[in-house]
Design a protein around this ligand. Structure first.
Ligand SMILES: C[S@@+](CC[C@H](N)C(=O)[O-])C[C@H]1O[C@@H](n2cnc3c(N)ncnc32)[C@H](O)[C@@H]1O
Length: 258
C-alpha cells in the first residue's frame, strides 16, 4: 500500500471521466489508468474473495470459469488451482486482461487461459464444474443474463460461488438482513458513479436459480471513508440435477424481476 498510488486510483474512482459508446469501451476507459495499481487498492476494498475461494471444495481435474476475473487475482487465492484441468478468466476489459496475462506468465501456470468475452453471452466449449463471480456482477449491466449464462455453462451438480456488494430490499425475505434507509438509498447512487450497480435482487435471484449451499451477509470498510461500510455477501450454490433436467424459466420471467 502506498498513498501516492492510492491517490491515483482514487482519482480514477472519483473524478476521471468514463468515456465510450459500448460497455467494453467504458470498462477500458475506467480501468486503463489504474490497471497496474488495481490489485493493491482492491485487496482492501473487495473483501471475502480469498475466504470464499479457500472455502470451496474443488475436485482434481475440475474446470473453472472466473467470470469478470479482471487481473486474475483470484487465481492466487485458489489453493486448488494446481489440480484444475483448466481455469479460464473471462473478462471484457483488455487493460485488466493484460495484467492477468502478465500474472499467468509470472507464475508459469499452464492450465490457465484468458478469454476476452462478455460474461452475459460467453458459452464454454464444454460444461464446467465451477463458475465464480467476484465483484463482477455489480459491474455487469445485464447481470441476470450473466447468472443465466453461468447456469448454462455449469454441469448438473456444478458449483457457483459469488462475492459482491449489494443492498437489501426494503422488506427482505426470511433470514436476510435489512439495511437502513441511508444504505439502501444513497450507497447505490454513490457506487453507480463508477458504474458499480448495487442490486437488491442478487441474492433472491441466485437462490431462485441455484440450491443454496452457503449464504453470508457482511459489512466491508471502505478505504478512506471511516463513517460508512458497504454490505457484501458470499454465496455458494449448486446447480440442482432436478432443475437441470427440467430446464428453468428465463431471466425475464416476473419472478426474476423481484
Ligand atoms: C470490480 S472488478 C472485479 C475483478 C475481479 N473479479 C476481482 O475480484 O478483482 C469487475 C470486473 O468485471 C468485469 N466486467 C464487467 N462487465 C463485464 C462483462 N459484461 N463481461 C465480462 N466481464 C465484465 C470488469 O472488466 C472487471 O474486471
Amino acid at each position: 500500500m502506498s498513498f501516492p498510488r492510492d491517490l491515483k486510483v482514487l482519482w480514477h474512482l472519483a473524478l476521471a471521466p468514463v468515456r465510450g459508446a459500448t460497455h467494453a469501451e467504458r470498462l477500458s476507459s475506467f480501468y486503463a489508468g489504474q490497471a497496474a495499481d488495481y490489485d493493491d487498492f482492491r485487496r482492501r476494498l473487495l473483501q471475502g474473495r480469498e475466504e470464499l475461494l479457500g472455502s470451496l471444495s474443488v475436485a482434481e481435474g475440475s474446470a473453472w470459469l472466473d467470470m469478470g476475473g479482471g487481473t486474475g487475482s483470484n487465481l492466487e487465492q485458489a489453493p486448488w488451482l494446481a489440480g484444475c484441468r483448466s481455469a479460464t478468466v473471462v473478462d471484457l476489459c483488455r487493460p485488466l486482461l493484460e495484467q492477468c496475462r502478465l500474472r499467468i506468465d509470472r507464475h508459469g501456470w499452464s492450465n490457465v487461459s484468458v478469454v476476452e468475452a462478455d460474461a452475459t453471452t460467453y458459452a464454454a466449449p464444454a460444461p464446467v464444474d465451477l463458475v465464480t463471480f467476484s465483484y463482477s456482477l455489480t459491474m455487469i449491466p445485464d447481470w441476470f443474463a450473466a447468472i443465466d449464462r453461468a447456469w448454462h455453462n455449469l454441469r448438473p451438480g456444478g458449483q457457483l460461488a459469488v462475492v459482491d456488494f449489494h443492498v437489501s430490499r426494503k422488506y427482505p425475505g426470511a433470514g436476510l438482513t435489512r439495511h437502513g434507509w441511508l444504505t439502501r438509498s444513497l450507497l447505490p447512487v454513490w457506487f453507480a458513479t463508477d458504474n458499480v450497480h448495487l442490486s437488491r435482487d442478487h441474492i433472491p435471484y441466485l437462490q431462485q436459480r441455484f440450491e443454496t449451499v452457503r449464504l453470508e451477509e457482511r459489512l466491508a470498510p471502505i478505504p478512506y471513508v471511516p463513517f460508512w461500510k458497504a454490505p457484501y455477501y458470499l454465496f455458494v450454490g449448486r446447480k440442482g440435477t432436478v432443475q437441470a433436467a427440467a430446464g428453468l424459466p428465463s431471466a425475464s420471467s416476473p419472478a426474476a424481476a423481484g
